[in-house]
Design a protein around this ligand. Sequence first.
Ligand code: ADP
Ligand code: MG
Ligand code: ZN
Length: 495
Amino acid sequence: MSTPAIATSYETVIGLEIHVQLLTASKMFCACPVTFGAPPNTLICPVCLGLPGSLPVLNRKAVDLGLRTAVALGCTAQPTSQFHRKNYYYPDLPKNYQITQYRYKVHPPLAIDGSLEIPREDNLVPGGTGRRIGVRRVHLEEDTGRLVHAEQHGRIRYSLIDFNRSGVPLMEIVTEPELRSPQEARTFLARLRAVLQAIEVSTGKMEEGSLRCDANVSLRRPGAELGIRTEVKNMNSLRSVERALAYEVERQRAVLDRGQPVEQETRHWDERRGITFSSRTKEEAQDYRYFPEPDLVPIAVAPQWVAQVRASLPELPEAKRRRYVATYGLPEYDAELLTSSAAMARFFEETVRLFPHPKAACNWLVGDITAYLNVAGKEIDELPVTPAHLAELLQLVERGAISGRTAKEIVAEMLAQGRRPEVIVGERGLAQISDEEALARIVDEVLAEHTGPVSEYRAGKTQALTFLVGQVMKKTRGRANPEMANRLLKEKLKS
Ligand code: ADP
Ligand code: MG
Ligand code: ZN
């Protein structure tokens, strides 16, 4: 007798390696400026070109930003840490080695053993605790150059190299394999990004490559040892991290269900096709021959430096979220959304300073404005709109100068063009008609035009009033103050 097939249940195990471009003015080991979008090969010198005889000098600001991150994530900064050479040959790496930190027992990285709390997947209970995800280490390294492939008829004809990015300061953050679903991985990354932005360590812009994430994923029977993992690369948005992992989980599940082993390999995410594909070559299983960088002394971090960093850190998103709930009385979910980006939180607080009704400001930000930002794929500080504009819009609604519906109509224009709502309202003649005399004239017209409903109302059919109010709204293209229209109609119908 054969046993019926039962779908095996696996536990998903995910660990992330996150590369963060640090917000420094100059490169990691030379004085070349760090600027996004400069013409190719204009921000270079012998050091970042890896010319023989040039000597690297460590950027103190980069270490400081690494320490800010370490403290924010509760990591232990190491009293001394050492740079290493990671040797490999590739055209974007002029020295044939990358200067990075390596976790030799004797030479620890900048900081180790921290954690970051993320909300539980299923609930955002007031005062509830989330899940703590371990952070294994934080280390510093330099970026490589960038290859630009010239394609013709879908084939690469030749490649060009831009060394502007060569030597740009990077920080790598490595988590423990403690994330349990693609969605949780995405939440973690969003939270981490909010922290990095809040402490002004990075812009966190994935589309510009300032935040890059490699995701390690494996499946196992619950409680069993860790399974064999694959490493997925090349995702450039939070959404693609979640999608790539979801695809990879299903692919591994199918392999395991067929009774085959998962192969340990690096896979690339293809955004357009929505799949991961193997990019393994025999050479990739290589030995990087790490050894301590002889041209750089170890980084020594005195306890006072860490204390100074700790004292200078601003409020972190987690604390901000709790404060929004406690002092503004916002729902947990809304507070989470407002604090998920530093720009959004700043915008909210400034709006509330100008117009002290946190709930109203919050509703617009998490509602229409977030919807707009999602479609535009932008952060609020990338738009020309300012908190003063939103505060003005809220005031117009509160004063009854415009209806809520009109506010919804002009919000997109306000966001996209950064124009004052009052100006838009004036131009488009959208001001609510609250002038009693003007509205009374329109009410008279409506009553004269609809004698049927008027007599019905007078005969006791009070629903006819709704119809008449509707006619007033129609005549004014929705600009009549509804309460006033209602009152005027009733008064006139009585007489
Ligand atoms: P590497 O040699 O690539 O630096 P590490 O052991 O430091 O390897 O792990 C790199 C990342 O892979 C970490 O984020 C870690 O949590 C994750 N990881 C390690 N083993 C597994 C596994 N079996 N499944 C999922 N993730 C894993
Ligand atoms: Mg790795
Ligand atoms: Zn340089």
